[in-house]
Structures are given as structure tokens and as C-alpha cells.
Design a protein around this ligand. Structure first.
Ligand SMILES: Cc1ncc(COP(=O)(O)O)c(C=O)c1O
Length: 455
């Protein structure tokens, strides 16, 4: 594998300006200045790949109804949509003989669908963790008792507690639902080891791979492998494809039983006045006309990432994240969260959550955004339980916000992608150091419980 280049990508043939769109677009900054946008918010949304835009452009030339026409463009669009489905399944090693690939609008919709479709007998437990995004917690609450595996004080998954909870609830666990990588600390979970343990007590496992698939190879493995992943979901907009498409992959048998959660056009085989027979999977799970262009975009991103190779991507991002962690950690008064107090450095995707002693998270994000054109995220990142734990707050960190109107507790998050460079990290650290040293240039007012804007 070629050595890392100044472009930020490890393949010298893949120059960042050629591989991505819009990275160096000029943007307006505070006080009438202009600058270049630096995106250090990849855990939220990634910029699009040029290969994705090209695939979309190509598909638009032959754009027609999907699954509903004998016309040439309808047939071409249907073929492109189904070929996207095959490519996305192959991207995570799904076996087409056993698994179905269902296109949805994002990871959140995928998890809600699974929560609606998975049989949950009375008294069923979903075993999840304290590290989850709300999207991998709230949907389960509607259908089952949710039991959350604890974190260690330094924010790692407490696998001893996982084992205890698994044993304690064995026989009632309808599903183990874990994220593959945290959107707060980037910690990568040992999903295959957890899968083996879940299967040993007869429980299937769902993996929320929203934060993993753009950064590490995910292979869900064959169903006869004790470490296989039963269900997986992810979103296109976190893997260099645009918004609007996600995917849920799981055993065909699960989705063949019972009725679909959303019904209407495309989901049926026959309809009489008082009866209906459902179409086969995946059609019965994709009510209405699908977002074929979104699926084609997601597949193009998957193909590009696979072609670049995850070893190269992970090597680049791990080195850059270590650099960012060291540089931010050296800023006076900075605290980085999720750092292990002992043991070897855990596997992490490129997420660096931090706070400064002298300025709250909303102000740091506002100054970076308005004055330096650097996009980061601040707040609780839709993971309030985990953020509260890392901050050492009570279980409901927003209770006092609701009562007092105080700023919502939170953190600043730098999150890195394949194209980011040390120069971009340096630019952010320079601004963060200025803030830490009290050298603010602009004046800011609070506009919500987690945002500031310039006066
Ligand atoms: C770990 C994780 N799961 C789920 C989601 C939800 O993804 P989406 O907003 O695409 O549904 C996110 C989004 O940040 C996430 O980070």
C-alpha cells in the first residue's frame, strides 16, 4: 500500500480535489471576510464523492419509473436500482441467498422498521448499551424492555456487564442492539465477539453501523458462522453519498413473516376488497416508489470505498486522529473524553470529543464556524445518556436545562474523514488555542440551548 500523501488519502492516484466535490469552496466568514470551508464534522455528514455525483448524473440520463414500466428508461432505472441493491449487500458481505437488502431513508428509519418488524413476545428484552445514539435506543423502548449495558468510568463498553446482562436475561432477549462505532468517542465495539456471545444464548444481534462503514471494513459473515451479524443498518450521508438513503439488511425470513410496517403501492402481490397477499422481500418492505437515485449514489460510494481499500483508509484516519487527539489535548484547559485510563489504545474511528475549561462547547463551535469556517459539532450528539456519563452528570443531563434555561451540557466534536489533512487539524487547533487563551475576536449571543451566533 502506498504511503500517505499530503492529499490526505493514502492512494496517491486519488487526489482529494478529484475524489470529492466541494471541499475547497469559498465561503463567507464573520466580519465580511471570505475563507475556505474545512469540514471536521464527518460523523454528522460527509461531503460527496465525485464518483457518486458521476453515477447520479449517469442515472439521471436514463431516469424512469422503478419496478413499474416496460419502457426503456423504466427498465434501465429498475436494473440500476437492483444492481445498487446487489452492490450494497456485497459491500458488507451479505449472502443474497439468506439476506435481503431493504432501502430506507436513513439508519433511524431502518432501526424503526426493524423494531416494528421483529417479533417481540410479551416480556421481551432488547439488550443495548449506554453508548448508543438515540436512534438505537428510542425505537426499542416502544416494543420491549430495554436493558442497557454499562460503560466503564472512562467511557468504554463494560464487557463484563454485557456478559452479566446476557446471562441474567437469557431466554428473554429478543435482540442485542449495539453500535459498531460510537458517534461520541469513535470507540469501535468488538461486534463479532458480542455476536458470538449473543448467539450462545439464542439472541440475534443488530449492529448500527452508521459510524463504521465509511472507515472500516464490515463483513457480516455467513449465517452459519457463530460470529455473524444478523441485522445491520447504515446511512449514505455518512459515507460520502448524499442524504435520503439508508439500508437495513437482515435475514429474508424475518421480513417474510407478518405484515410490512408501511403498506401501499409496491408491497403487494394481490389485493381484493377485503384481503391482500404481500409481495416477496424486499419489495414488501419498500412501500411506494423508491429513492432509486439515492440507492445508486450509496452503491457508488460503497464501490469507491472498497476500491480504495479499508486498510489504507483506516491507516490514514487513525494516524490523523492520533495527531488531532495529541494536539487538542495539549491545548491548555482541554479535556478529551473517552480516553482509556489503562490498557492499550482501543480501536477508534476518527472522532475527538473535547471541552475547554474556559469556554463552553457552543461558543467553541460558533467561533470555529463563524470566524474560521471550520465545521464541528457540539452538544450531546443525540447520545445524551453516554455524554452525561462521560461528563459525570446525572442520568438526565437536560433536566436542569429544562428547569433553569441553562446551556445544555455537551462537548465539541471533531470528526475526521478520508480526505482531511494535518493542515486542517492545525487550523482548528490554532483557533481552539486562541479561545482557550481568551483571545476571542468576535462577540456572540446564545440563540438556543446549545448554539451561539455572532451579534
Ligand atoms: C451511531 C449512529 N447511529 C444512528 C445515527 C442516525 O443516523 P441517521 O440520522 O442517518 O438516521 C447516527 C447519526 O449520527 C449515528 O451516529
Amino acid at each position: 500500500m502506498a504511503a500517505a500523501t499530503a492529499t490526505g488519502l493514502t492512494d496517491p492516484d486519488v487526489d482529494r480535489g478529484r475524489a470529492f466535490i466541494g471541499l475547497d469552496e469559498p465561503i463567507p466568514l464573520a466580519a465580511g471576510r471570505a475563507g475556505r470551508y474545512i469540514n471536521l464534522d464527518n460523523a454528522a455528514t460527509t461531503p460527496p464523492l465525485r464518483a457518486v455525483a458521476d453515477a447520479v448524473q449517469q442515472a439521471l440520463l436514463c431516469y424512469g419509473s422503478v419496478h413499474r414500466g416496460a419502457g426503456y428508461k423504466a427498465r434501465m432505472s429498475t436494473a440500476a436500482y437492483e444492481s445498487a441493491r446487489t452492490a450494497v449487500g456485497a459491500f458488507v458481505g451479505a449472502d443474497p441467498a439468506t439476506h435481503t437488502v431493504i432501502f430506507v431513508k436513513n439508519t433511524t428509519e431502518a432501526i424503526n422498521k426493524l423494531a416494528n418488524r421483529l417479533p417481540m413476545p410479551a416480556g421481551a428484552v432488547v439488550l443495548t448499551t449506554m453508548l448508543e445514539h438515540h436512534s438505537n435506543d428510542l425505537p426499542w423502548r416502544r416494543r420491549a424492555s430495554v436493558v442497557r449495558v454499562r460503560c466503564t468510568p472512562d467511557g468504554q463498553l463494560d464487557e463484563d456487564d454485557f456478559d452479566r446482562q446476557l446471562a441474567g436475561h437469557a431466554g428473554r432477549i429478543a435482540l442485542v442492539a449495539v453500535s459498531a462505532a460510537s458517534n461520541v468517542t469513535g470507540l469501535v465495539q468488538p461486534i463479532h465477539r458480542l455476536a458470538r456471545k449473543a448467539h450462545a444464548v439464542g439472541a440475534p444481534i443488530f449492529v448500527d453501523a452508521a459510524q463504521l462503514v465509511a472507515h472500516r471494513r464490515l463483513d457480516i459473515r455467513k449465517q452459519d458462522d457463530p460470529e455473524h451479524i444478523d441485522f445491520v443498518a447504515f446511512s449514505g450521508h455518512k459515507m460520502y453519498a448524499p442524504f435520503g438513503t439508508g439500508v437495513l439488511i437482515g435475514p429474508r425470513t424475518t421480513f417474510r413473516s407478518g405484515a410490512p410496517d408501511a403498506v401501499g403501492g409496491g408491497t403487494v402481490h394481490t389485493v381484493s376488497e377485503d384481503d391482500v397477499t404481500w409481495a416477496d422481500v424486499p419489495d414488501r418492505e419498500e412501500a411506494g416508489t423508491p429513492n432509486a437515485i439515492g440507492a445508486i449514489a450509496l452503491a457508488a460510494a460503497a464501490r469507491t470505498l472498497s476500491a480504495w481499500g479499508f486498510e489504507a483508509l483506516a491507516a490514514h484516519e487513525t494516524a490523523l486522529a492520533a495527531y488531532a487527539r495529541a494536539r487538542v489535548g495539549a491545548v491548555p484547559g482541554a479535556t478529551i473524553y473517552g480516553e482509556p485510563v489503562r490498557g492499550a489504545a482501543p480501536d477508534r474511528v476518527g472522532v475527538v470529543p473535547f471541552n475547554l475549561a474556559t469556554a463552553d462547547h457552543a461558543l467553541v463551535a460558533a467561533v470555529l464556524g463563524y470566524e474560521a469556517g471550520i465545521g464541528v459539532r457540539n452538544g450531546c450528539f443525540c447520545a445524551q445518556l453516554y455524554v452525561a456519563h462521560l461528563l459525570g452528570l446525572p442520568r438526565d443531563p437536560t433536566a436542569h436545562v429544562r428547569v433553569t434555561g441553562a446551556l445544555r451540557p455537551g462537548m465539541v466534536r471533531i470528526s475526521l474523514g478520508a480526505y482531511n489533512t494535518r493542515d486542517e487539524v492545525d487550523a482548528a487547533v490554532e483557533v481552539i488555542s486562541h479561545i482557550a487563551n481568551g483571545r476571542l475576536t468576535g462577540r456572540y449571543r446564545r440563540t438556543s440551548d446549545e448554539e451561539y451566533a455572532p451579534f
